[in-house]
Design a binder for this molecule. Structure first.
Ligand SMILES: [Zn+2]
Length: 419
């Protein structure tokens, strides 16, 4: 068994955390921003020093490839992202890129023989925090392989027109042209030139840490439904309208929300559900609200449980507190299972290395999820301290980061040996 270097991992984590340093422990590193370009330059510098060949595709995804003894075989790719959310941490995405770099460095330094080309890759704009949507460039690259209801959100032309949430006018296409990283469409990840993709990522939840496990062997990305619940009442004066005459949409929405939680709570204990967004009109303290809309996101591996959720939502009474209530599906996604053989390679590697582990699913979306529609793919999770992610408190001890990289290395080597 081969292992990666803790010192080199720490060096990479510390170096990358400088790019976009927000000054209080975390980073803001929007895709294709100056900070993200610096992280890319660091990646390229280090990969070139390992003898890797660098390519970019037409949406600025970067591929650093070391040749195998039989370059005619399809390659193995390890990929994640260097962009972050606003005031994000030093681990989401970038740890997957750092681990891929460390695997390439270890293979090169220790002259580990391998037949297939091995690639470390950066996906552009995973977070979509400056130019929505999230997972934009894996959506573009995997477009032909995605189910229709997903791919309709990732049309190339629409993505190019995505507007900056900061200035409301500059587009993703402009950022792409300016970045200097726009390359050839023919360099895109594809199922002919590549045989497998791996993504190491932080868990972004509390399970591994709570159970004292070093590695999560990821099996799937949870299926989900996303609804908009809409409540219409009547706007009136807050001082002159007696309570019994009111049609208060916000009060009705509160009752609907609590009713939903009480019912959903009785379903499977692994079900997670969230109302994270609420719109209240006119949102003025002297006016009784006439319109409220809120989101409901529910996730579970088993489609039977998701169907129970849908049934509960679709049976919301059409009138609550004299207000009319309706529910609309915003979008749905079936559970995406990762490639069974690759999941087994991860499990074998973890077991052989003797690291504590458990099978785990991913409640969050990742580029690997889109890649898995196109070619055999799987993921490896390492713990997130206190379950925190998408915030500056994000942390994973370097020992666990290194264990993750070592699992990635041995998994790639197992995949290399199979044909
Ligand atoms: Zn991520």
């Amino acid at each position: 068994m081969y292992t990666c270097s803790k010192e080199r991992m720490q060096d990479k984590i510390s170096t990358m955390s400088k790019y976009g340093d927000a000054g209080h422990g975390g980073i803001t590193r929007y895709s294709l921003s100056e900070a993200a370009i610096q992280a890319r330059e660091e990646f390229i510098k280090r990969m070139k020093s390992c003898g890797a060949e660098i390519k970019t595709d037409d949406v600025a995804n970067v591929y650093a490839t070391i040749k195998g003894s039989d370059p005619s075989l399809p390659g193995i790719v390890m990929a994640s992202h260097v962009d972050s959310v606003k005031n994000g941490g030093n681990y989401d995405g970038i740890l997957g890129v750092i681990s891929a770099m460390e695997v390439i460095e270890t293979i090169t330094k220790e002259k580990i023989p391998h037949k297939h080309n091995i690639t470390a890759m950066i996906w552009t704009n995973e977070e979509g925090s400056l130019y929505p949507p999230a997972m934009m460039c894996s959506g573009i690259v995997c477009y032909d392989y995605l189910p229709e209801e997903i791919r309709k959100n990732f049309r190339y032309e629409d993505m190019m027109r995505s507007v900056s949430v900061l200035d409301g006018s500059s587009t993703f296409q402009e950022a792409l042209e300016k970045s200097g990283y726009k390359g050839e469409k023919s360099n895109r990840l594809n199922p002919k030139d590549y045989k497998a993709m791996f993504e190491l990522h932080i868990e972004q939840g509390p399970i591994l840490e709570a159970e004292g496990k070093d590695i999560g062997v990821v099996t799937c990305v949870l299926g989900m439904v996303n609804y908009r619940i809409k409540i219409t009442g009547q706007a009136d004066h807050a001082g002159t309208t007696p309570m019994k005459y009111r049609k208060d949409a916000l009060f009705a929405a509160a009752k609907v929300l609590i009713g939903l939680h009480e019912k959903l709570d009785r379903l499977d204990p692994d079900l997670v559900y969230t109302t994270g967004e609420i719109v209240c009109h006119p949102n003025v303290h002297t006016v009784i609200p006439d319109y409220v809309e809120f989101s409901l996101d529910a996730r579970h591996e088993d489609p039977k449980v998701i169907r129970q959720v849908v049934e509960i939502i679709e049976n919301i009474p059409s009138e609550v507190e004299k207000c009319s209530v309706s529910a609309q599906t915003a979008w749905t996604r079936d559970t995406v299972y990762y490639d069974k053989k690759l999941v087994d390679y991860v499990q074998e590697s973890v077991d052989e290395l003797g690291y504590s582990n458990r099978k785990i699913n991913s409640g969050a979306g990742h580029d690997a999820q889109f890649a898995s529609y196109m070619l055999p793919t799987t993921m490896i999770f390492v713990p997130s301290k206190d379950g925190h992610s998408h915030c500056e408190e994000e942390f994973t001890p370097v020992e666990q980061c290194t264990k993750g990289a070592s699992v990635l290395l041995n998994t790639v080597l197992k995949c290399d040996k199979e044909d």
